[in-house]
Design a binder for this molecule. Structure first.
Ligand SMILES: [Mg+2]
Length: 207
């Protein structure tokens, strides 16, 4: 796969409101042990895998609901992160180049991911997804390896602070951390934290 110089884009919770949607589906199927709303669970636990409810355990849900991740209807129902498409267009007009989508979605949903991105007018770029056999603990190591191999990717837009932890201390490029939860960066990697796409575009175009 040819990767052009430029910016790598994560998909889930960077371009798609995946976690909140997934939490809503989990509440519908398994309830909320603490009686919290989807938004409250998102704020408290951040990712679905951090929610400690026994009925939400991987063993319990994998056969009952996980198939939906590969369901095309689920992909098409997902909302985009507000204004992300127009802000990406703004970056393109400011001569910023995009390299690829770098996501930890499983390869099995490659085609529905491609369809979804096209449907919402995201730029057409190579899509790199996660092979099914990579252990959960290694998901961000895979992204880190990819970024170290493709040194022409100079900026990464991602919402997951674990990616920063997975990068080596000599990593020379910048991670734009797109997230709602504050992250104190104890690491050597350059991180620009942005609450929303508007801030992110302002940060990027000022460089
Ligand atoms: Mg993400």
């Amino acid at each position: 796969m040819d990767i052009w110089p430029g910016i790598a884009l994560d998909i889930d919770d960077t371009l798609s409101q995946t976690t909140i949607f997934w939490i809503e589906k989990m509440i519908e199927a398994f309830g909320s042990d603490e009686g919290m709303t989807a938004q409250q669970i998102r704020e408290k636990y951040f990712y679905v895998q951090n929610v400690p409810y026994p009925s939400w355990s991987w063993e319990n849900v994998k056969d009952k609901i996980h198939y939906r991740l590969t369901d095309e209807a689920f992909q098409l129902e997902l909302k985009t992160v507000v204004d992300s498409v127009s802000w990406i267009q703004e970056l393109i007009q400011s001569w910023k180049k995009f390299s690829c989508y770098l996501s930890n979605r499983p390869i099995s949903i490659y085609w529905s991911t491609k369809k979804r991105l096209a449907l919402h007018w995201y730029p057409e770029l190579p899509i790199t997804l996660r092979p099914e056999d990579v252990d959960k603990e290694k998901w961000n190591d895979r992204k880190s390896d990819f970024l170290q191999k493709h040194t022409n990717i100079s900026w990464i837009i991602d919402d997951n602070p674990d990616l920063i932890e997975a990068l080596p201390i000599w990593y020379q490029w910048i991670v734009y951390l797109f997230e709602t939860k504050k992250y104190s960066n104890p690491h050597w990697v350059s991180v620009v934290q942005c609450d929303d796409w508007k801030t992110l575009v302002q940060e990027m175009t000022s460089r």
